[in-house]
Design a protein around this ligand. Structure first.
Ligand code: URA
Length: 240
């Protein structure tokens, strides 16, 4: 594939803009400086550089972000900055979107992709993708509340009670306010509404895993990283 087309596909602008970037000596490909935008390269696995920053060609862009509080997941955020503002411009240009949404005050694992099929598969109720939340409640979560969350609580506007797939207290040494809750649906404010229906209230909410992928401990709030090919394959196989 021609270098200018490779750059365009990776979100670096129009073909014309990419051609000019190469002509102006801002690009390396395969470890070598090049001023030929029409040079042919095998894109798969190609390492290239733009203004000194290293990239690897990826047909699709799929990544994980450790979402901080204070960011909206919407593409057109209204009251707070959007999560896309935490990503480099080429990823935004490629049209990555969040896989489902987290509330503005929720932190934790957010997947983003420019692969519409993948997004659809991961948010479709049919695939029942497990989302694991660490919930800090206002009051200690007692056994009755855990039993209610597991048995199903009635939310307003829902035809039937909704149950957590798993629910356990995790701060055994603390005052019992922290639980780990696994849901397989993705309804609006679901965790907050379920806790309220069980007679408690969410004080802090962090998503720690999606579809079996855990938020890496070394991924700080506000940081993102690519999903590795093996992680992607595993995710797709699990939700085929
Ligand atoms: N449930 C909520 O209430 N909020 C979130 O951000 C995610 C799940």
């Amino acid at each position: 594939m021609q270098l200018e087309r490779i750059l365009q596909s990776q979100g670096f602008g129009s073909r014309k803009a990419c051609r000019a970037m190469v002509w102006h000596g801002r690009v390396t490909a395969g470890g070598q400086p090049t001023d030929d935008p029409f040079a042919e390269f095998e894109p798969d696995g190609l390492g290239f550089g733009v203004d000194g920053e290293a990239w690897v060609y990826r047909e699709r862009a799929t990544l994980m972000l450790h979402k901080p509080a204070g960011y909206e997941c919407s593409c057109s955020p209204r009251h707070h900055p959007g999560v896309l503002s935490l990503l480099p411009a080429p990823l935004v240009n490629r049209g990555v979107q969040s896989v489902g949404r987290l509330d503005v005050d929720t932190t934790g694992l957010l997947l983003l992709s420019d692969d519409g099929d993948l997004i659809h598969r991961l948010i479709s109720p049919h695939h029942q993708v497990a989302k694991v939340y660490e919930v800090t409640a206002k009051h200690p979560v007692d056994d009755t509340q855990i039993a209610a969350l597991l048995a199903g609580v009635q939310l307003r506007d829902e035809p039937a009670p909704i149950a957590a797939a798993e629910c356990e207290r995790v701060d055994t040494g603390g005052d019992g306010r922290v639980i780990r809750l696994t849901l397989t649906e993705g309804k609006y404010h679901q965790v907050k509404r379920m806790l309220a229906a069980a007679g408690n209230r969410v004080e802090a909410l962090k998503r720690v895993a999606v579809g079996g992928l855990a938020l890496p401990e070394d991924l700080a709030e506000g940081q993102w990283r690519w999903l590795e090919a093996a992680e992607l394959e595993w995710l797709l196989e699990r939700h085929a």
